[in-house]
Design a protein around this ligand. Structure first.
Ligand code: WT7
Length: 656
């Protein structure tokens, strides 16, 4: 069943069990409604109370929300805080010996790190950063494997007020260079290699390559964590510093740098509808507050939980729900370096049994691929420790939802389908599991204090049963503060003039069902969601167009059983349109090119060559037609404005 049909037909509703509801932080719809009413009656007071109760301040704030210069909102402006203090120091009194991180490496070996140990390791590394001259406000790029050290690097930056920009280890040297350059980073932290699914990736060599591409003069040092025993290819004694050497003589305490609430905690690049990725800039206090509120309400955090979020720290989910959220609240969490299919497709279920995981948070794409690779495998494991499941990143189809609910959750664990974005910082629309009844495929209702709505083109809210654009109508503490170095693009992208700059436009279309539940229908811009990862079509197009063989390229998405969406590229070469083996060979070359320009995640699944692209008389590519062709559908759209109708037939037959 495709999107809109499932919205109209899905009416299975699952209530939390009495036991779950009774023990939940927010219990029953009375509990949920009471919070929503409080937020409506006194919006600022609502968030101020949470800010006081959930965060520890050096200097408490007296100002709550500053809206003097929209859309550049400020929260808790006159407070002083340190995020790392909130994630580490404040737990030392009562839970220094509690395990903070259960790290399971790719090869299955397990290391446990207590809050006290993590605190000392962060302090030592923070002192190491200081010894290299890193000060408050400096940008530090982190290009690391998904290990404890990645979390330490992030926390150490937060401790000294340096602004981190984590670049996912799957991005190419070119993508890394662009991010280093845009943020003018002073330092890069990497590892000799990462290792996933038994395969090494030479991260350090990728950094060397990135720096070699030029434009990275801001970089003074590259810290290298030794993850494997293999020696890096080159060693530049001036620039390179081993992690273990840097920390060996450092003190294991480090006074936190107290920063203003609005001090940027990090930048994280994400794809938009134009070519260049955007540096989403987050604050310190407001951001942390969003993670804490949602750990408490959405993940219904309990002191005895063993929490596991399977994301990588390279994405926002890994920031909010690995590096900051769980540590801020003092949880024990599993950090897993590897992939769900290595050594086989039972890895997740094995690990849930082994570590007695209570709360499991993953992506629909992982669920779908694990169903395909071994839907019966979970039955061989004891998953009875689980009490709560979550999904994130893309809509989940009701079939996969039911499998997750029954086979993994044993029919007893609520599923929190969490809608949010890199820009929102924390979960925005998701069921509070002890209150809101869940429905397969819907992210249900907004979190109390989040003023989400669905509006029509004029900005007027649509009614029950209707669809439109998803917006947030009031600033919230963990919202994006800016696009790094591009305030104009920030205002234009998120607070468009169409709505008088008053509404945050998420970029998703959504629908209310008959119960007023929200269903996310997909992006309204040229952004694809491939395996829960956001990719800009223009970004892939520019990468293709940069290849010397290519004259022009257009990229669209098409539905994919496992990935959600797959990338389809239409390519016009400078020379003849290739056919047969030639076409296959060039397609392979172009796929490798994209992997090299952006990263493997952006590789087209399908490339079709044409003599031309379908364009209007004014030269605009008609992507709607390209989408229909990619889906193998009849073209229903109006083609009367098409300059070159014959091209459609050629492209239709061009699948290789
Ligand atoms: C886009 C944001 C949020 C962390 C991971 C992705 C889509 C996200 C859901 C969901 C349906 C979802 C939206 C959104 N999305 N969560 N639960 N149901 N769609 O972060 O890379 O910033 O992407 O992911 O389209 O706009 P991101």
């Amino acid at each position: 069943m495709s999107g809109i049909d499932s919205v109209l037909k899905e009416n299975r509703l699952f209530q939390p069990s009495d036991e779950f509801r009774t023990n939940a932080t927010v219990s029953g719809m009375e509990g949920y409604n009471a919070l929503c009413e409080k937020a409506t009656a006194d919006y600022e007071g609502f968030w101020a109370d949470l800010g006081r109760n959930l965060l520890s301040w050096k200097k408490p704030f007296t100002q709550i929300l500053n809206q003097d210069n929209p859309p550049f909102f400020k929260w808790f402006e006159d407070g002083l805080i340190n995020v790392s203090y909130n994630c580490l120091d404040r737990h030392l009194e009562s839970k220094a010996n509690k395990v903070a991180i259960i790290f399971e490496a790719d090869d299955g070996s397990v290391t446990r790190v207590t809050y006290r140990e993590l605190y000392h390791r962060v302090c030592q590394f923070a002192n190491g950063l200081k010894s290299l001259g890193v000060v408050k406000g400096d940008r530090v790029v982190i290009y690391m494997p998904h290990t404890v050290e990645a979390v330490i690097a992030m926390q150490a930056c937060a401790r000294i007020g340096a602004i981190h920009s984590v670049v996912f280890g799957g991005f190419s040297a070119g993508a890394l260079r662009d991010r280093i350059q845009d943020a003018a980073a002073k330092l890069v932290i990497t590892a000799n290699e990462s290792i996933r699914g038994g395969k090494p990736t030479p991260l350090k060599s990728m950094v060397d390559e990135a720096l070699g591409l030029g434009g990275c003069d801001s970089v003074e040092k590259v810290i290298v964590f030794q993850r494997t025993s293999n020696k890096p290819e080159h060693w530049n004694a001036e620039r390179n510093v081993w992690w273990h050497k840097l920390v060996q003589d450092q003190a294991d305490v480090c006074e936190p740098e107290w920063v203003e609430s609005e001090h940027p905690l990090f930048i994280l690049y994400t794809s938009g509808s134009t070519g260049k990725p955007k540096g989403v800039q987050h604050s310190s206090a407001g951001y942390l507050l969003g993670t804490q509120v949602t750990m408490k309400w959405v993940f219904d955090y309990k002191e005895t939980d063993v929490y596991w979020c399977t994301a990588d720290v390279g994405w926002i989910t890994g920031h909010s729900y690995i590096a900051y959220g769980p540590l801020g609240i003092g949880a024990t969490q599993v950090v897993f370096e590897g992939v769900p299919t290595y050594p086989d497709a039972s890895r997740f279920w094995q690990m849930i049994e082994k570590h007695e995981v209570t709360t499991f948070y993953t992506a629909p794409t992982a669920i779908r691929s694990l169903i395909k690779l071994g839907g019966d495998l979970p039955k061989q494991y004891d998953l009875s420790s689980l009490r709560l499941l979550g999904t994130v990143g893309e809509p989940i189809n009701p079939d996969a939802w039911m499998w997750y609910y029954e086979t993994i959750g044993g029919g007893r664990c609520p599923i929190v389908d969490t809608w949010w974005q890199t820009e929102t910082g924390c979960n925005m629309i998701a069921p509070l599991p002890g209150a809101v009844a869940i429905k397969p495929g819907s992210c249900t209702l907004p979190i109390p204090g989040i003023m989400a709505d669905i509006v029509d083109e004029s900005g007027a809210p649509v009614s029950t049963g209707k669809g439109g654009f998803l917006v947030i109508s009031k600033p919230w503490p963990s919202m994006v503060r800016n696009i790094w170095g591009d305030s104009e693009r920030f205002a234009k992208t998120y607070f468009p003039e169409d709505y008088n700059g008053k509404l945050y436009l998420a970029g998703d279309s959504a629908h209310y069902d008959e119960n007023g539940y929200i269903w996310i229908m997909g992006r309204i811009d040229d952004v694809l969601n491939v395996s829960g990862h956001r990719l800009g079509t223009m970004e892939i197009e520019s990468a293709l167009a940069a290849n010397p063989l290519v004259a022009e390229a257009a990229v669209v998405g098409k539905p994919h059983d496992i990935k959600g969406e797959a990338v389809v590229a239409y390519v016009v070469l400078k020379g003849q349109r290739p056919e047969g083996d030639d076409a296959k060979r060039i397609a392979k070359e172009l796929r490798e090119w994209v992997a090299h320009e952006i990263g493997k995640i952006a590789q087209p699944d399908e490339i079709r060559f044409g003599d031309n692209l379908p364009k209007t008389r004014s030269g605009k590519i008609m992507r709607r037609l390209l989408r229909d062709i990619a889906k193998g559908q009849e073209i229903t759209a109006d083609t009367s404005t098409l300059e070159n109708p014959a091209i459609l037939e050629q492209l239709r037959q061009s699948a290789i």
